[in-house]
Ligand binder design. Sequence first.
Ligand SMILES: C[S@@+](CC[C@H](N)C(=O)[O-])C[C@H]1O[C@@H](n2cnc3c(N)ncnc32)[C@H](O)[C@@H]1O
Length: 308
Amino acid sequence: MSLVFHNPVLLKEVLEYAALEKAQYILDGTLGGGGHARAILSDFPSIKLIGFDHDKEALEVAQNNLENFKGRAILVQQNFGEAKNVLAELGISQVDTILLDLGISSHQIDTAPRGFSFDKESSLDMRMNQSQEVNATSLVNSASEKTLAMIFKNFGEEPRAKRIASYIIREREKQKILTTTQLKILVKKACMTDDIKPVVRIFQALRIVVNKELENLSLFLKDVISLLRIGGRFLCISYHSLEDRAVKTFMRDNARSCVCPPHYPVCVCNTKAALSIITRKPITPHEDEIKNNRRSRSAKLRVCERIA
Ligand SMILES: C[S@@+](CC[C@H](N)C(=O)[O-])C[C@H]1O[C@@H](n2cnc3c(N)ncnc32)[C@H](O)[C@@H]1O
């Protein structure tokens, strides 16, 4: 029996763009509940999948959901930034397809004690990997005002970052900030508004930093080309502009066939493009998908192919 954990986003599009007909190995860096993995393994019976998730609960659910594919799925509780080392230990140097479906799963958002949601009263946690030390409580109660303001501005794109940081510092001297509700109320008070948008941005910023989301993505992107066989594809679904920008820049930079300064009359760098971009513009969910799964609304899928 499959456990509903997370509705795989842009599933039809992933299956269409992954070019899996002749593929032998696929690396799924973000298993979640194994929704994408399950569809791939059942539609392509000769594929083997190596799946990663650093969340223990996600891995347990994925294991359950992929039980029928035991001999074809290797599931690892590990950061996808370690994929290259893990694959080397398995004796696999390259794969045909790489899939990243970034961010958090519905299960993580909906499970109150995980502390990701401002709608659910819980301790302020937000760790995807529950064995790591830093969580949102330690961050909010120990970071300096300057650091908090930088986090809110850079990772939440919050215009009132400084004001919120200074309010938090003042309030935490009176009482430690321990719960999602406490933080939600403080942010609203700092902004003197009942609008939920600043709360959304502050929660997003803390989540990104607690889980080192952009660092992990950038670590992984460094290995993507060497992990892909020539002709293999990399598909990445992102949910906020910071991730999408990193993926877009990575694909664009590696699809360049000349990096000479623009005023050079002829090319002297002899750079060869390593990637070809398959999706000039990101693919976004159709209205129907958004209607059925509101959480898919900010998804953007970008695809490229290794050519050299
Ligand atoms: C949006 S969900 C993936 C859902 C999945 N595609 C499905 O169909 O069920 C993202 C998952 O990636 C995991 N994740 C995020 N960053 C990770 C990282 N650096 N390493 C390993 N797993 C990560 C999260 O724990 C979460 O379970």
